[in-house]
Design a protein around this ligand. Sequence first.
Ligand SMILES: NC(=O)c1ccc[n+]([C@@H]2O[C@H](COP(=O)([O-])OP(=O)(O)OC[C@H]3O[C@@H](n4cnc5c(N)ncnc54)[C@H](O)[C@@H]3O)[C@@H](O)[C@H]2O)c1
Length: 353
Amino acid sequence: MTKRFLVTGGAGFIGSAVVRRLIGSTTHEVLVVDKLTYAGNLESLAPVADDPRYRFVRADIVDAAAMHRLFDEFSPDVVMHLAAESHVDRSIDGPGDFIQTNIVGTYSLLQAALAHWRALPAPRRNGFRFHHISTDEVFGSLGAEGLFQEDTPYQPKSPYSASKAGSDHLARAWHHTYGLPVVITNCSNNYGPYHFPEKLIPLTIIKALRGEAIPVYGTGANVRDWLHVEDHADALLLAAERGEIGESYNIGGRNERTNLEVVQAICGLLDELAPDAAIGSRAKLISFVADRPGHDARYAIDASKVERELGWRARYNFDDGLRQTVQWYLDNRTWWERVRSGVYRGERLGVAI
Ligand SMILES: NC(=O)c1ccc[n+]([C@@H]2O[C@H](COP(=O)([O-])OP(=O)(O)OC[C@H]3O[C@@H](n4cnc5c(N)ncnc54)[C@H](O)[C@@H]3O)[C@@H](O)[C@H]2O)c1
């Protein structure tokens, strides 16, 4: 059955993958609501821009009146809420935007969704879903052993993760208190095409390609569980359409790597795919810099619930996914050169003196 999806943050990294998937492989209609901050990029939606089932509105989710209006006009069956300030280093330098968008913005969206849901006729009301997309960082940091489960207690440690934990609590509360049909997903670090070049993988690819020093925080020993963005988009569509109301699902790629291993792998791939005699071996560009304040040691996800209950399987292993990603950045220079020519210029963020 064709449904109407309102996707916030659809011009961002993960949101655009979700929208490309919704338009490319379903019959659903999509309204993207995005403020187009430095992280939002309409070029990431160019592959679907001419499709009659796709619409875009520039709006701030904090703007309650605008959200109520958009719900009235578009009348969604499903809300996929991805709009957020998403970069930990930026949250250290300027937490205010994170509180506004991630907490106040989620609140105004929940209120608009609640008013809309209450006014729907019964069959549509029963099918309505509010899907809140969140992070595994709400669980805090792991030691060498163990995995985050859905019932792991929340222990956020950065302004970013604290603001996302706050938004998760609000979404849960709107379900328990008002009955809004909410589904939550918490996922690990994503990577893949169209990733804004301030995050570890695209930043490393671009710096290594240009023969510039590649910054690695601390000793590079921090561990992340990498999830390909297209695998994540598949899981998100399953959760949005088939997730159990009031439940949360952890999504991860079972690809634990230290940051140093990731950077070294990218260097090796670029030496193979884009050899440059003037640069030589990229690994020698690696430069250890002062660690991020409060840097969480390890994140790792137990994804067995989403696999068991929603039938999701990751299609990419990390080696293949990383190769595909590096090749994408080599093939799509125009995309990242335009993105980089905007506000963000690859400077170090989040030092918190
Ligand atoms: N990238 C990851 O590895 C990761 C991991 C776990 C969870 N998440 C979560 O997934 C979601 C998407 O992450 P991403 O990496 O695609 O983020 P992103 O930073 O690439 O994109 C965020 C999008 O939200 C938009 N936006 C920001 N503030 C807004 C506002 N006030 N109103 C409307 N739009 C606004 C931006 O313009 C941008 O298009 C976020 O909620 C994030 O917390 C991301």
